[in-house]
Design a protein around this ligand. Structure first.
Ligand code: CS2
Length: 484
């Protein structure tokens, strides 16, 4: 039987290995949410920074929910394989900066103890949009979010992201330990500013003195993160084993492209990510908007139209000339809502995105991207739509994307097969739609009334809502593609 990946010795020469001494590593970062995206993006950037510039910046990770990834990483001494796939082949690289993994649900005291360690100078996050407890309608803390409500009731025994960060900072303040820098790496616009607002809203309610201390002492840099990372499958594990000679249950696969833009405001330093290709800037918001609106917006459009049209992967949807043209048109429309970014040609950026989406070596499920629509629509589609309309421009492509999301929200495909709507508001959506006739007008009216999702500028704009209703009617009548 093949051995498990546990050390760097004896691995097949087809795998690239960490170019630094792992035995000398010391932790400087605690990362919350060790999912595939973190393992394809943050950890490899840190791996490259350690190879070029060193420093005490190894990573401990903590999972706030499921234990599987953390357990696999611990069984493998933090090592795992990253497969980089494109049409010319697959390359394997073993990634080394993870020291150990914690599971908050199993041992919350252990995670709180790590948050207090002065050696931990950065607490980074890839926890997905829905974990923040962000209320899109107010821009502040969602008091009805289950973790937020539980943590406000019992702040010293947290279970959610905001609760853990606040309790960690509170303990550091009480002990005279300098704060860590919280570093959000999720696809939210101004993710650092959003995180700061949520932390301040939370502390306002539980400890106003802590709120002032955080406001004065804790930087919350925003970041733009980008690397297309499908969920791992049996093919990932099989190829990782073939290329390393070891069984690896924490292996991930990703595309060659990777990008990270980071605001350079840290309380106590950071790994030299800039030497690994990251861009350190004063303000990341223009990059974030570009990526969320052009990449993620077009991704969501393709995911909903593609899924209901019977395409399993984004690359299959891109093979449909009608859908590929819609995606490109969407990117152009999104680009028109952006301020110019020095040194960036948005047309070339769009061309590159089209090529990345079409990468035949990447099997990225439309169903994976379709997940959590209520958490993704605002920043990807609804904000640019609102701005486009306010600027007198066209918002048709957003009407198509929203109609496709609404069609998807019906939870049944064109062959009558039911699927699970993986969305934190799935039950609410199902209840709203329960007795509604399946027509474009009725379904869209019901979903426009979902509290807090659609800004009034869209939901009360009859020409736009009619456009959505008409497009939805076409999708309900006949989901054959191309549609528009
Ligand atoms: C995707 C993103 O799942 C999704 O919603 O749009 O995960 C996308 O692949 C990444 O943001 C690319 O950087």
């Amino acid at each position: 039987m093949t051995e498990r990946l546990k050390t760097l010795t004896g691995l097949a020469s087809t795998a690239k290995l960490p170019a630094y001494d792992r035995d000398a590593l010391k932790a400087g970062i605690l990362h919350l949410g060790p999912g595939a995206f973190f393992r394809a993006h943050f950890a490899p950037f840190t791996d490259a920074a350690l190879a070029v510039a060193g420093g005490d910046w190894a990573i401990e990770v903590a999972s706030l929910r499921t234990a599987d990834v953390a357990d696999h990483l611990n069984e493998q001494n933090g090592l795992y394989t990253m497969l980089v796939r494109d049409t010319s082949g697959t390359e394997a690289q073993v990634i080394g900066p993870i020291l150990r993994a914690h599971v908050a649900t199993r041992n919350p005291a252990d995670l709180l103890e790590r948050l207090e360690d002065p050696a931990i100078r950065i607490v980074s996050l890839t926890v997905t949009e829905k974990a923040y407890g962000f209320d899109a309608a107010t821009g502040g803390l969602d008091l009805k979010h289950a973790d937020v409500a539980a943590d406000l009731a019992d702040p010293q025994a947290p279970r959610g992201v905001i609760g853990y960060l606040v309790e960690g900072l509170s303990r550091r303040r009480a002990k005279g330990i300098a704060p860590f820098t919280p570093l959000s790496c999720d696809n939210l616009p101004s993710n650092g500013a959003v995180l700061k607002r949520l932390v301040l809203d939370f502390t306002e309610r539980v400890d106003p003195a802590l709120r002032s201390w955080i406001e004065q002492n804790v930087p919350f840099p925003s970041t733009m993160v980008d690397r297309i990372t499908p969920a791992s499958t049996d093919a990932t594990y099989r190829d990782a084993e073939a290329l390393t000679g070891r069984v690896d249950l924490a292996a991930i696969e990703t595309e060659p492209f990777t990008q990270w833009v980071i605001e350079d405001h840290f309380a106590d330093g950071h790994p030299q990510w800039e030497k690994a290709g990251a861009l350190m800037v004063g303000d990341v918001s223009a990059y974030e908007k570009m990526k969320l609106r052009m990449l993620n917006g077009a991704h969501s459009l393709l995911a909903y139209l593609g899924y209901i049209g019977g395409y399993e992967f984004i690359r299959d949807a891109m093979d449909d000339a009608g859908l590929a043209a819609l995606a490109r048109r969407h990117m152009n429309a999104a680009a028109a809502t952006l301020d110019p970014l020095p040194g960036i040609n948005l047309d070339a950026y769009a061309d590159e995105l089209i090529a990345r989406f079409a990468n035949k070596a990447i099997a990225h499920r439309t169903y994976q991207i379709a997940m959590d629509g209520t958490q993704k629509l605002p920043q990807r589609l609804l904000e640019p739509a609102t701005e486009a309309i306010a600027g007198g421009g066209k918002a048709e492509t957003y009407a198509i994307a929203v109609a496709a999301w609404m069609r998807y929200a019906l939870g049944v495909d064109r062959n009558g097969r039911r699927y699970e709507l993986r969305d934190p508001r799935a039950a609410e959506i199902a209840a709203l739609l329960a007795d509604v006739p399946r027509s474009g007008g009725s379904v869209s009216t019901a979903l426009f009334a979902l509290p807090g999702l659609f800004p009034a500028a869209l939901a009360r704009n009859p020409s736009w809502t009619d456009d959505v209703a008409n497009k939805l009617e076409i999708l309900i009548q006949d989901s054959k593609l191309p549609l528009f």
